[in-house]
Design a protein around this ligand. Structure first.
Ligand SMILES: [Zn+2]
Ligand SMILES: [Zn+2]
Length: 130
């Protein structure tokens, strides 16, 4: 009889302390990890600079051969609109859509091809179609 009473008191105490230990562990984990995440994030800034963007080929909609659709805004690239072509994979996007995307991510938004930094070396053959 006495054993049962002791057990009834002891078991809830054991349960409570187990929950308390788990809670302390979670609290420690939560406080220890976000700080390291915040330190790492600002370091990763992989987008292109405005001068690098200017070195990318620019066309108008009528120069595009295949599927003149911008994958960023999902709108068609009309004949008179300026378009940016990703060197290598030749995917095309509106000038503004491509620049907005590429200033944050150095990848093609369609096929995820990485833009090669060698493509941004200044070249004198920057012809203006006008
Ligand atoms: Zn667009
Ligand atoms: Zn692509």
């Amino acid at each position: 009889m006495l054993d049962a009473v002791l057990l009834a008191l002891f078991l809830p105490c054991l349960g409570m302390s187990a929950i308390f230990i788990v809670y302390i562990c979670l609290l420690w984990y939560a406080t220890a990890h976000p700080t390291t995440g915040i330190i790492i994030k600002p370091v990763i800034n992989t987008g292109l600079s405005p001068s690098q963007l200017q070195n990318l080929p620019t066309l108008t909609g009528k120069d595009l051969v295949a599927a003149p659709e911008c994958a960023v805004c999902l709108d068609d690239i009309s004949e008179e609109q300026s378009a940016r072509v990703i060197p290598g994979c030749n995917h095309a996007f509106h000038l503004e859509c491509a620049d907005t995307w590429l200033s944050k991510h150095p990848l093609c938004p369609v096929c995820r091809a990485k833009l090669d930094p060698k493509l941004f070396i200044d070249s004198p053959q920057n012809q203006n179609p006008c």
